[in-house]
Each structure stands twice: as C-alpha cells, then as structure tokens.
Design a protein around this ligand. Structure first.
Ligand SMILES: Cc1ncc(COP(=O)(O)OP(=O)(O)O)c(N)n1
Ligand SMILES: Cc1ncsc1CCOP(=O)(O)O
Ligand SMILES: [Mg+2]
Length: 213
C-alpha cells in the first residue's frame, strides 16, 4: 500500500486456530483477507516456538500474495527470522526498547495499553500503535486488567495522536461506535474467525469502519 500514513490499517485480524472451530486455519484467514482484513497478527499462544515459526512462514507466504502485512505476537526471535512486518508485545513481554535495539528491521511495533499511566511510558512512546486492551472484556483473553469501554477510547483519543487499535469483543455490533469514539483500527479474533462466513463479517466490519471514519 502506497501512502504517507505510517499506520494506514483499519481491520486487524488476530489469529487463534481454536476460534476457527475445526475449519482449515489458512482458508479461514484467506477468506477474512478477501473480506477486507488489511493486517494480520499470528497469535497462537499454545504453539511451541518451532511450530509457531513454521506456521508464521506459511502464513506470511499466503499474506504476501495479498500484500497484507503479518505481525508476530510475543516471539521476537520468530519475528526476526521470518521476515514479517512487525511484532506486538504487552507488559509481560520483551520491552519495546529491547526490540528497537535488537531488530532494526521492525516495521510495525504494537504495544498493549492496559493502564492510562502507561501512555507516557517509553513502551508506548516507542510503539507505532497502541492497543486498548481489552476495549470490552472477552472470553478469548481473560488475563486482562482494564476494560476500557467506549469512554476509555474517547479519553485516550484525547491524550494521544498515536494510532489506536481497539481489541476485545469487537464485532459488527460495536464497530461503528468504536471508530466514532476514536479508534483508528479494529482488531478482531472470534467475531471473524468463528463466523459461519468469515469473509462476509470482515466485509461488514470493514464497511462500517470506512463509513464511520
Ligand atoms: C492488537 C493486539 N492488542 C493486544 C494484544 C494483547 O497482547 P498482550 O497483552 O501481550 O497479551 P497476549 O496477546 O500476548 O496474550 C494483542 N496480542 N494484539
Ligand atoms: C488478544 C487480545 N488482547 C486483548 S483482548 C484479546 C482477544 C480478543 O479476542 P476477541 O476478538 O475474540 O474478543
Ligand atoms: Mg503478549
């Protein structure tokens, strides 16, 4: 994508093979991309490093065909070895400072914002986007602290010009409200991966985002 905006992405698919409900992982992700997903993160928390690397390489090959960048969750070594676009980390992971020092080729560095005070931290300052995590409590990830809600999105929007990603029970039901509240990009796991028709749901959410911008 040719643009001056360093973070032009709007619909961010975060993977979890379990959420595909037994269907082929790569086919479900491909359908989501065809529907309008423009950024993907591989987040397979149960996979050991070698299997995670293998899956990352295969997914990158698929996404390269669509020009959609791939982000690796947590695993800096895998990210460096696999030629992906970037990495997402939270507060229990390798720190953004370390990532910037160790990986000159990191194009997109995402950071989970779990506390308003962390917005001014070096972690957030070094990130290319901050994720409001979770915007709504979700069974997909339960080890969380703050449920930001729409009010939290508005508050953080007023405090930063950094790209804001909303994640946590994002769906076609709340997409318009989240963008209106100030989110630049919506990150989705189950509403897309578990949908009977992932392409249709991705298209629906993407259309809502574009209309609300
Ligand atoms: C886009 C996005 N936002 C938040 C998270 C959560 O990251 P983290 O807090 O490190 O938790 P885990 O995903 O590692 O369980 C994310 N992965 N992606
Ligand atoms: C990875 C992650 N980080 C914060 S919430 C979440 C999971 C979001 O999953 P879902 O879209 O199914 O609610
Ligand atoms: Mg993490």
């Amino acid at each position: 994508m040719k643009t001056n905006n360093p973070f032009p992405y709007r619909l961010y698919l975060v993977t979890d093979e379990k959420a595909c409900l037994g269907r082929d992982f790569f086919q479900v992700v491909e359908a989501a991309v065809k529907g309008g997903v423009d950024l993907v993160q591989i987040r397979e928390k149960e996979l050991p490093e070698a299997a995670f690397l293998e899956k990352t390489l295969r997914l990158r090959e698929l996404l390269d065909r669509y020009g959609v960048p791939l982000i690796v969750n947590d695993h800096l070594g895998v990210a460096q070895q696999s030629g992906v676009a970037g990495i997402h980390v939270g507060n229990s992971d390798v720190a953004p400072q370390q990532i910037r020092e160790a990986w000159a080729g990191c194009g997109i560095l995402g950071y989970s914002l779990e506390d308003e005070a962390h917005l001014q931290s070096p972690h957030a300052q070094l990130a290319d986007y901050v994720a409001l995590s979770p915007v709504f409590a979700t069974p997909t990830k339960t080890d969380t602290i703050t449920e930001w809600g729409l009010e939290g999105v508005r508050r953080i929007r007023n405090l930063t010009t950094k790209p804001l990603v909303a994640i946590g029970r994002v769906s076609a039901e709340n997409a318009t409200d989240l963008v209106t509240a100030g989110a630049d990009c919506l990150a989705v796991v189950s509403a897309i991966l578990s949908a009977p028709d992932p392409a249709r749901v991705a298209e629906d959410i993407r259309n809502q985002i574009e209309k609300a911008l």
